[in-house]
Write a protein that binds this ligand. Sequence first.
Ligand code: FES
Length: 110
Amino acid sequence: MDKKTYTITVQNNEKCFNNRADQHLLEGVEKSKSKTVTVGCRGGGCGVCKIRVLAGEFNCKVMSRDHISMEEEAEGIVLACRAYPESDLTIEPAEPAFLKMLKKKQRITE
Ligand code: FES
């Protein structure tokens, strides 16, 4: 078990928390009591925990294309419950796809 710990900084609200290398980022967010990332299934199934990694190294377990498109992944958008830090990171919450679709639908019906 890798006990290495990294500092995760949340962009724009200047919050930081420590995250072990063997702990996914959503677990770190929850343990820090930060409410910066929405918590859902914790297993890659719902897509609500999207974040954008702005700086740093990380690795990701397989993510469903229903939740993270190839374009999003290329922009550093990942599911926090599938991502593990490999260095200190700077992150920001990203909008889940279903919220984007709801907002788009709202604009169409307005
Ligand atoms: S919490 Fe459901 S995909 Fe991350």
